[in-house]
Design a protein around this ligand. Structure first.
Ligand code: GDP
Ligand code: MG
Length: 199
Protein backbone atom coordinates (compact mmCIF):
# COMPACT_ATOMS: atom_id res chain seq x y z
CA UNK A 1 0.00 0.00 0.00
CA UNK A 2 1.31 3.43 -0.88
CA UNK A 3 1.08 6.45 1.34
CA UNK A 4 0.42 9.94 0.17
CA UNK A 5 -1.26 13.13 1.22
CA UNK A 6 -3.46 13.88 -1.78
CA UNK A 7 -5.17 12.03 -4.63
CA UNK A 8 -3.02 13.94 -7.10
CA UNK A 9 0.06 12.21 -5.72
CA UNK A 10 -1.46 8.95 -6.87
CA UNK A 11 -2.33 10.39 -10.23
CA UNK A 12 0.95 11.98 -11.23
CA UNK A 13 2.79 8.86 -12.37
CA UNK A 14 0.35 7.42 -14.87
CA UNK A 15 -1.24 8.44 -18.11
CA UNK A 16 -4.66 6.85 -17.98
CA UNK A 17 -7.37 9.34 -18.74
CA UNK A 18 -9.17 11.10 -15.91
CA UNK A 19 -12.46 10.01 -17.34
CA UNK A 20 -11.84 6.52 -16.00
CA UNK A 21 -10.15 7.37 -12.71
CA UNK A 22 -12.14 7.60 -9.50
CA UNK A 23 -11.57 8.29 -5.83
CA UNK A 24 -13.43 5.85 -3.61
CA UNK A 25 -13.35 5.49 0.17
CA UNK A 26 -13.54 2.63 2.64
CA UNK A 27 -15.77 3.45 5.60
CA UNK A 28 -16.85 1.66 8.75
CA UNK A 29 -15.92 1.14 12.39
CA UNK A 30 -12.44 0.24 13.60
CA UNK A 31 -11.25 -3.32 12.92
CA UNK A 32 -14.13 -4.34 10.62
CA UNK A 33 -11.56 -5.16 7.95
CA UNK A 34 -11.28 -2.02 5.81
CA UNK A 35 -7.52 -2.23 5.38
CA UNK A 36 -7.75 -6.00 4.89
CA UNK A 37 -10.35 -5.62 2.11
CA UNK A 38 -8.13 -3.12 0.33
CA UNK A 39 -5.11 -5.37 0.72
CA UNK A 40 -6.99 -8.40 -0.55
CA UNK A 41 -8.19 -6.41 -3.54
CA UNK A 42 -4.88 -4.75 -4.46
CA UNK A 43 -2.30 -7.35 -3.37
CA UNK A 44 -4.40 -10.50 -3.01
CA UNK A 45 -2.95 -11.04 0.46
CA UNK A 46 -4.19 -11.18 4.05
CA UNK A 47 -2.63 -10.58 7.47
CA UNK A 48 -4.14 -12.03 10.68
CA UNK A 49 -2.41 -9.45 12.88
CA UNK A 50 -4.30 -6.30 13.58
CA UNK A 51 -2.30 -3.18 12.97
CA UNK A 52 -4.32 -0.06 13.36
CA UNK A 53 -4.03 2.06 10.26
CA UNK A 54 -2.10 5.20 11.10
CA UNK A 55 -3.00 8.23 9.05
CA UNK A 56 -4.66 8.21 5.68
CA UNK A 57 -3.40 5.86 2.99
CA UNK A 58 -4.46 4.87 -0.47
CA UNK A 59 -3.93 2.10 -2.97
CA UNK A 60 -5.02 1.98 -6.56
CA UNK A 61 -5.99 -0.75 -8.95
CA UNK A 62 -7.80 -1.06 -12.24
CA UNK A 63 -10.98 -3.03 -12.65
CA UNK A 64 -12.50 -4.16 -15.93
CA UNK A 65 -15.99 -2.82 -16.23
CA UNK A 66 -18.56 -3.69 -18.85
CA UNK A 67 -20.53 -0.51 -19.30
CA UNK A 68 -24.21 -0.15 -20.17
CA UNK A 69 -23.38 -0.22 -23.90
CA UNK A 70 -21.60 -3.55 -23.50
CA UNK A 71 -18.12 -2.04 -23.92
CA UNK A 72 -15.32 -3.15 -21.62
CA UNK A 73 -13.42 -0.34 -19.92
CA UNK A 74 -10.51 -0.22 -17.55
CA UNK A 75 -11.56 1.86 -14.57
CA UNK A 76 -8.92 2.96 -12.09
CA UNK A 77 -10.10 2.96 -8.48
CA UNK A 78 -8.01 5.03 -6.09
CA UNK A 79 -9.10 3.51 -2.82
CA UNK A 80 -8.65 5.60 0.32
CA UNK A 81 -8.36 4.20 3.80
CA UNK A 82 -8.98 6.72 6.56
CA UNK A 83 -7.33 4.88 9.40
CA UNK A 84 -8.22 5.48 13.01
CA UNK A 85 -9.07 9.17 13.30
CA UNK A 86 -12.72 8.72 12.47
CA UNK A 87 -14.34 10.54 15.35
CA UNK A 88 -13.68 14.06 14.13
CA UNK A 89 -16.57 15.09 11.97
CA UNK A 90 -14.59 17.60 9.95
CA UNK A 91 -11.81 15.09 9.25
CA UNK A 92 -14.38 12.57 8.08
CA UNK A 93 -15.92 15.14 5.81
CA UNK A 94 -12.57 16.14 4.33
CA UNK A 95 -11.74 12.51 3.75
CA UNK A 96 -15.02 11.76 1.98
CA UNK A 97 -15.10 14.95 -0.09
CA UNK A 98 -14.86 14.42 -3.83
CA UNK A 99 -15.39 10.67 -3.67
CA UNK A 100 -17.26 8.94 -6.45
CA UNK A 101 -18.14 5.99 -4.27
CA UNK A 102 -17.82 4.28 -0.93
CA UNK A 103 -17.62 0.79 0.44
CA UNK A 104 -19.15 0.80 3.91
CA UNK A 105 -18.14 -2.26 5.88
CA UNK A 106 -19.17 -3.96 9.09
CA UNK A 107 -18.05 -7.06 10.93
CA UNK A 108 -20.73 -9.78 11.09
CA UNK A 109 -19.29 -10.97 14.44
CA UNK A 110 -19.80 -7.56 16.12
CA UNK A 111 -23.36 -6.15 16.04
CA UNK A 112 -22.18 -2.72 17.21
CA UNK A 113 -20.35 -2.30 13.91
CA UNK A 114 -23.61 -3.05 12.12
CA UNK A 115 -25.44 -0.52 14.32
CA UNK A 116 -22.93 2.15 13.28
CA UNK A 117 -23.65 1.66 9.56
CA UNK A 118 -26.40 4.26 9.40
CA UNK A 119 -24.15 6.89 10.88
CA UNK A 120 -21.48 6.20 8.25
CA UNK A 121 -24.03 6.17 5.49
CA UNK A 122 -25.63 9.46 6.58
CA UNK A 123 -22.36 11.31 6.82
CA UNK A 124 -21.26 9.99 3.44
CA UNK A 125 -24.57 10.99 1.82
CA UNK A 126 -24.29 14.45 3.33
CA UNK A 127 -20.86 14.94 1.76
CA UNK A 128 -21.37 13.04 -1.50
CA UNK A 129 -25.11 12.97 -2.26
CA UNK A 130 -24.87 11.21 -5.63
CA UNK A 131 -21.98 8.84 -5.07
CA UNK A 132 -22.29 5.06 -5.29
CA UNK A 133 -22.46 2.94 -2.12
CA UNK A 134 -21.69 -0.73 -1.70
CA UNK A 135 -22.16 -2.52 1.62
CA UNK A 136 -19.64 -5.17 2.71
CA UNK A 137 -20.76 -7.55 5.47
CA UNK A 138 -17.24 -8.72 6.26
CA UNK A 139 -15.65 -11.69 8.06
CA UNK A 140 -18.28 -14.18 6.87
CA UNK A 141 -15.60 -16.88 7.13
CA UNK A 142 -16.08 -16.78 10.93
CA UNK A 143 -19.15 -19.02 10.82
CA UNK A 144 -19.10 -19.94 14.52
CA UNK A 145 -18.87 -16.39 15.82
CA UNK A 146 -21.19 -14.77 13.30
CA UNK A 147 -23.94 -12.81 15.08
CA UNK A 148 -25.41 -10.53 12.40
CA UNK A 149 -27.29 -12.77 9.94
CA UNK A 150 -28.07 -11.96 6.33
CA UNK A 151 -31.55 -10.44 6.87
CA UNK A 152 -30.54 -7.21 8.62
CA UNK A 153 -27.90 -6.79 5.94
CA UNK A 154 -30.59 -6.97 3.27
CA UNK A 155 -32.65 -4.43 5.20
CA UNK A 156 -29.70 -2.05 5.09
CA UNK A 157 -29.34 -2.68 1.38
CA UNK A 158 -32.96 -1.69 0.75
CA UNK A 159 -32.76 1.27 3.07
CA UNK A 160 -29.53 2.66 1.58
CA UNK A 161 -30.52 1.56 -1.94
CA UNK A 162 -27.06 0.14 -2.16
CA UNK A 163 -25.56 -3.15 -3.23
CA UNK A 164 -24.82 -5.74 -0.56
CA UNK A 165 -22.08 -8.35 -0.49
CA UNK A 166 -21.05 -10.87 2.13
CA UNK A 167 -17.26 -10.71 2.08
CA UNK A 168 -14.21 -12.23 3.64
CA UNK A 169 -10.90 -10.47 3.30
CA UNK A 170 -9.41 -13.67 4.71
CA UNK A 171 -10.69 -16.13 2.10
CA UNK A 172 -11.21 -13.47 -0.56
CA UNK A 173 -14.92 -14.29 -0.89
CA UNK A 174 -16.79 -11.64 -2.91
CA UNK A 175 -14.00 -9.07 -2.50
CA UNK A 176 -13.47 -8.74 -6.25
CA UNK A 177 -17.23 -8.51 -6.72
CA UNK A 178 -17.43 -5.53 -4.37
CA UNK A 179 -14.78 -3.54 -6.20
CA UNK A 180 -15.99 -4.56 -9.67
CA UNK A 181 -19.49 -3.44 -8.77
CA UNK A 182 -18.23 -0.17 -7.37
CA UNK A 183 -16.26 0.39 -10.60
CA UNK A 184 -19.38 -0.19 -12.64
CA UNK A 185 -21.48 2.14 -10.49
CA UNK A 186 -18.99 5.03 -10.44
CA UNK A 187 -18.53 4.87 -14.21
CA UNK A 188 -22.29 4.86 -14.76
CA UNK A 189 -22.77 7.78 -12.39
CA UNK A 190 -19.96 9.80 -13.99
CA UNK A 191 -21.49 9.33 -17.41
CA UNK A 192 -24.95 10.27 -16.21
CA UNK A 193 -23.51 13.46 -14.73
CA UNK A 194 -21.58 14.22 -17.90
CA UNK A 195 -24.69 13.75 -20.00
CA UNK A 196 -26.80 16.01 -17.82
CA UNK A 197 -24.09 18.71 -17.87
CA UNK A 198 -24.07 18.60 -21.69
CA UNK A 199 -27.81 19.13 -21.96
P1 GDP B 1 -9.76 -1.91 9.85
O1 GDP B 1 -9.45 -1.29 11.17
O2 GDP B 1 -11.19 -1.76 9.49
O3 GDP B 1 -8.84 -1.44 8.76
O4 GDP B 1 -9.55 -3.50 10.03
P2 GDP B 1 -8.31 -4.42 9.59
O5 GDP B 1 -8.32 -4.63 8.13
O6 GDP B 1 -7.06 -3.91 10.18
O7 GDP B 1 -8.73 -5.82 10.26
C1 GDP B 1 -8.93 -5.93 11.65
C2 GDP B 1 -8.66 -7.36 12.08
O8 GDP B 1 -9.63 -8.23 11.54
C3 GDP B 1 -7.28 -7.91 11.63
O9 GDP B 1 -6.78 -8.73 12.65
C4 GDP B 1 -7.62 -8.73 10.42
O10 GDP B 1 -6.72 -9.79 10.24
C5 GDP B 1 -9.02 -9.23 10.76
N1 GDP B 1 -9.87 -9.43 9.56
C6 GDP B 1 -10.14 -8.54 8.60
N2 GDP B 1 -10.96 -9.05 7.67
C7 GDP B 1 -11.22 -10.32 8.07
C8 GDP B 1 -12.02 -11.38 7.53
O11 GDP B 1 -12.68 -11.28 6.48
N3 GDP B 1 -12.04 -12.56 8.24
C9 GDP B 1 -11.34 -12.73 9.40
N4 GDP B 1 -11.41 -13.92 9.99
N5 GDP B 1 -10.59 -11.74 9.93
C10 GDP B 1 -10.53 -10.57 9.28
MG1 MG C 1 -7.32 -0.06 8.93
Amino acid sequence: MTEGPTPSAADSSDESSDEFKFRVVLLGEAAVGKTSLIRRFTENSFDEDYKQTIGTTFASKDVSVTDDEGQTRQVRLIVWDMGGQTTYRELRRQFMKGSSGAIIAYDVTRPETFMAMNNWFESFRETCPNAAVVIAANKVDLLDSRIVPVEPGLMLRDWFQADYYETSAKTGAAVTDVFDKLGKLVLRQARAEKKSSEM
